[in-house]
Design a binder for this molecule. Structure first.
Ligand code: NAP
Length: 510
C-alpha cells in the first residue's frame, strides 16, 4: 500500500472518501436540448449541492438561441428547480450561478468558436479554473465531427502539462460499424484516447456497478455463474413510454441501435465477463472486450431475432397513439420500436447458454433487469403433482425501478400436504441503505471531471458491439416486411415469444 505524503494515514486508493473535482470549466454544447435540461444541468447542481464541485468551477452553455447572460441563468435555474434531485439551496445556487456563461452560436461557425474560446479564457482568469476544460457534446450525433474539428482549430483540444482537455460524447457512437470507425478516427486524431469519455449512462447506475460487487465480492454466486448451472440469461430494458416528441431522432435509428448496441451489450459484457484483476479501467475494459469478442451474432437471423412496432392502445390508463400516428413519422417507415435477439458466447464458461436481449417502447411496464435462469434440479424426489407449480430458479438483478436483487426458488406451501411453489427472496436497495443513489449523470460527470475512466466504454468495445449488431440490421434491411405490430401496453410482438418458445423458454413478465 502506498501512502499519501500529505496525510500518511490516508490510503490514496480508499474509494470510500468523497471524491471532489478539481478546478475546471464544463462546456455543454446543445445546452438548450432535452438531455441537458432534464439531466445534465440538474446533475451539475446536485454535484455542487453535495459539495463535490470546487469553488473554481464554471459552466458554459452553447446553442443557437440569442440569449443574454441573465436569460440563460434563468433557464439553468428553472431546469434545476424542476429536475434536480437534491433540495434547492440559495447559497449553492448563488455560488454556482456566478460561474455560469452562455455563448450563442452555430456549431459550424468559426466566429462563434472564437467567442467560446474568449469566454473560456476569461473564466480561466476570473474563476481560477486552472486551464482544465471538459467539452460535453449533447448535440445531434451528425455534428460530433464538426465540434471536434472546431475544438482542434481553436487550440481547445491541446494537451498541456499540468492541465487537461477532455471530450464527452453522447450516444449513439455511429450508425453502424463503418460510421463508428469513422467517428473514432476523427476523434482520435484530435484527442488522445485517455481524454475521450463516451457516455453509456447505464454504466453510471448504482445497480449496474452492484453487479460487479455481487459477482466478485461474494463467494456464493460465482461458482454457479456458468453453463454448469445457468441454462439461459434474459436481459430486458422495457419502457412504457412511446417516442414522445423525438421522432426526428428515433425514426431510422430504432430500438436495436438505440438500446441493444450500447446499454444491453454493456450489461451482457458485465454479466458474462471474467473477473478483472482489479477495477482499474484497463483491466475492466480488457475483460469486457474479451467477452464481447466471443459473443456471436445470431446464427439464424430468421429464428433468433424479432422486431415489432407499437400500435395504438392503452398505457397506464391512457389512450395512446401507435408509432405510425406519432407526429413526424413517415407512413412507409420500417423502424422498429421493439427488438429481441439471441446471442451465444463462444467460451468455456458460457458455451450452450443462450443470452436473450430485448428492448421496446410502449411495453407493459418500465423495467430494466438481468435474469439468470438456472437449470432444473437433475432429480426431483417428489411426485409430479408436488412440483407442478415449480418453475426454474432465477437470480434477477433489478436495475430500475425498485433497484435490488431477487432470488427465486421453490419452497413448500405450509400445510399437511406436499406442494412446492416458487417464492422470491428480495434485497431492495431502499430498504438496506439510507443513502440515496446518485443519478447516473451525476456520477459520470464527476468521473469526467476527475479523469476517472472505468465507467466509460472505449472505442474497441463500441466497435465490437457494432460487429454483433450489424449483421442483424443488414438482415432486417434486406427483408421487405415491416416490423410486426404489437399492441401498446403489452409485452411485444408474438414472434419474440415464439423465438423463446422454440428454445423451451418463456420471457419473464416482471
Ligand atoms: N434526450 C435524451 O434523453 C438522450 C438520452 C441519451 C442520449 N442522448 C443524446 O444526447 C444528445 C442530445 O440529445 P437531446 O435529446 O438533448 O437533443 P435535442 O433536444 O434535439 O437538443 C439538441 C441540442 O443541440 C443544439 N444544436 C443543434 N444543432 C445545432 C447547431 N447547428 N449549432 C448549435 N447548436 C445546435 C440545439 O440547440 P438550439 O436548437 O437551441 O440551437 C439543442 O440544444 C444526442 O446525441 C442524443 O442522441 C439524448
Amino acid at each position: 500500500m502506498t501512502l499519501d505524503r500529505e496525510n500518511p494515514l490516508r490510503d490514496p486508493q480508499d474509494r470510500r472518501l468523497p471524491r471532489i473535482a478539481g478546478p475546471c470549466v464544463l462546456v455543454i454544447f446543445g445546452v438548450t436540448g432535452d438531455l441537458s435540461t432534464k439531466k445534465l444541468m440538474p446533475a451539475v447542481y446536485d454535484l455542487a449541492n453535495r459539495g463535490l464541485l470546487p469553488p473554481g468551477f464554471a459552466l458554459v452553455g452553447f446553442a443557437r438561441r440569442e440569449w443574454e447572460q441573465q436569460d440563460f441563468a434563468q433557464i439553468v435555474h428553472s431546469a434545476v428547480r424542476q429536475h434536480a434531485r437534491t433540495p434547492f439551496r440559495e447559497e449553492v445556487w448563488k455560488q454556482l450561478s456566478e460561474g455560469i456563461r452562455f455563448v450563442p452560436g452555430e456549431l459550424g461557425d468559426d466566429e462563434s468558436f472564437a467567442r467560446l474560446k474568449a469566454t473560456i479564457a476569461d473564466l480561466d482568469e476570473a474563476r481560477g479554473t486552472g486551464g482544465n476544460h471538459a467539452f460535453y457534446l449533447s448535440i445531434p450525433p451528425g455534428l460530433f465531427p464538426t465540434v471536434v474539428d472546431q475544438l482542434r482549430e481553436n487550440g481547445l483540444a491541446e494537451q498541456h502539462e499540468g492541465r487537461w482537455s477532455r471530450v464527452v460524447i453522447e450516444k449513439p457512437f455511429g450508425h453502424d460499424l463503418r460510421s463508428a470507425r469513422e467517428l473514432n478516427r476523427v476523434v482520435s486524431q484530435v484527442f488522445p484516447s485517455s481524454s475521450v469519455f463516451r457516455i453509456d449512462h447505464y454504466l453510471g447506475k448504482e445497480t449496474v456497478q452492484n453487479l460487479l460487487a455481487l459477482r466478485f465480492a461474494n463467494q456464493l454466486f460465482e461458482p454457479v455463474w456458468n453453463n454448469n448451472y445457468v441454462d439461459h440469461v434474459q436481459i430486458t430494458m422495457a419502457e412504457d413510454i412511446g417516442i414522445g416528441g423525438r421522432a426526428g431522432y428515433y425514426d431510422g435509428i430504432g430500438a436495436a441501435r438505440d438500446v441493444i448496441q450500447n446499454h444491453l451489450l454493456q450489461l451482457l459484457a458485465l454479466t458474462a465477463m471474467e473477473e478483472p484483476t482489479s477495477f482499474d479501467a484497463r483491466q475492466l475494459r480488457a475483460e469486457k472486450q474479451k467477452v464481447l469478442a466471443a459473443t456471436q451474432p445470431p446464427q439464424r437471423m430468421d429464428l433468433h431475432t424479432a422486431r415489432g412496432r407499437y400500435t395504438g392502445g392503452w398505457a397506464g390508463g391512457e389512450k395512446v397513439k401507435g408509432y405510425l400516428d406519432e407526429k413526424g413519422i413517415p407512413d412507409d417507415t420500417k423502424t422498429e420500436t421493439y427488438a429481441a435477439i439471441r446471442v451465444d458466447i463462444d467460451n468455456r464458461r458460457w458455451a450452450g447458454v443462450p443470452f436473450y436481449l430485448r428492448t421496446g417502447k410502449r411495453l407493459a411496464r418500465r423495467v430494466t433487469e438481468i435474469a439468470l435462469g438456472f437449470k432444473r434440479a437433475p432429480h426431483l424426489p417428489f411426485t409430479k403433482t408436488d412440483t407442478e407449480e415449480l418453475g426454474y430458479n432465477a437470480l434477477v438483478l433489478r436495475i430500475q425501478p425498485d433497484e435490488g436483487v431477487t432470488l427465486r426458488f421453490g419452497a413448500k406451501v405450509p400445510g399437511t400436504q406436499m406442494e412446492i411453489r416458487e417464492v422470491n427472496m428480495d434485497f431492495a436497495y431502499g430498504g438496506s441503505f439510507t443513502e440515496s443513489s446518485p443519478e447516473a449523470y451525476e456520477r459520470l460527470i464527476l468521473d469526467v471531471l476527475l479523469g476517472d475512466p472505468p465507467l466509460f466504454p472505449q472505442h474497441e468495445e463500441v466497435e465490437l458491439a457494432w460487429q454483433i449488431l450489424d449483421p442483424i440490421l443488414d438482415y432486417w434491411a434486406s427483408q421487405d416486411e415491416r416490423p410486426e405490430d404489437y399492441l401498446s401496453g403489452t409485452w411485444g410482438p408474438e414472434s419474440a415469444n415464439e423465438m423463446l418458445a422454440r428454445d423451451g423458454f418463456v420471457w419473464r413478465r416482471p
